[in-house]
Ligand binder design. Structure first.
Ligand SMILES: [Zn+2]
Length: 67
């Protein structure tokens, strides 16, 4: 997930948006009709997502039942 700081190329509008994929920013435009310029991008690591990955690998360890 990314936190993207964008600003309008014409008016003073500046916003921060959270997106799963930077492609979601395509076609995003300011209310004034001009497009946004990306000022900064930060990657966000969600702790709950990491916890899900851990429980997933623990489940794999139980799989020898099928062997
Ligand atoms: Zn604008």
């Amino acid at each position: 997930m990314f936190e993207v700081h964008i600003a309008c190329s014409d008016c003073p509008e500046e916003i921060e948006v959270l997106v799963e994929d930077l492609g979601e920013l395509d076609g995003l435009g300011c209310e004034c009709g001009y497009g946004f310029v990306t000022l900064a991008i930060g990657e966000i690591r969600v702790e709950t997502a990491r916890a899900q990955v851990i429980s997933f690998s623990q489940r794999d360890d139980d799989l020898p039942l099928a062997a």
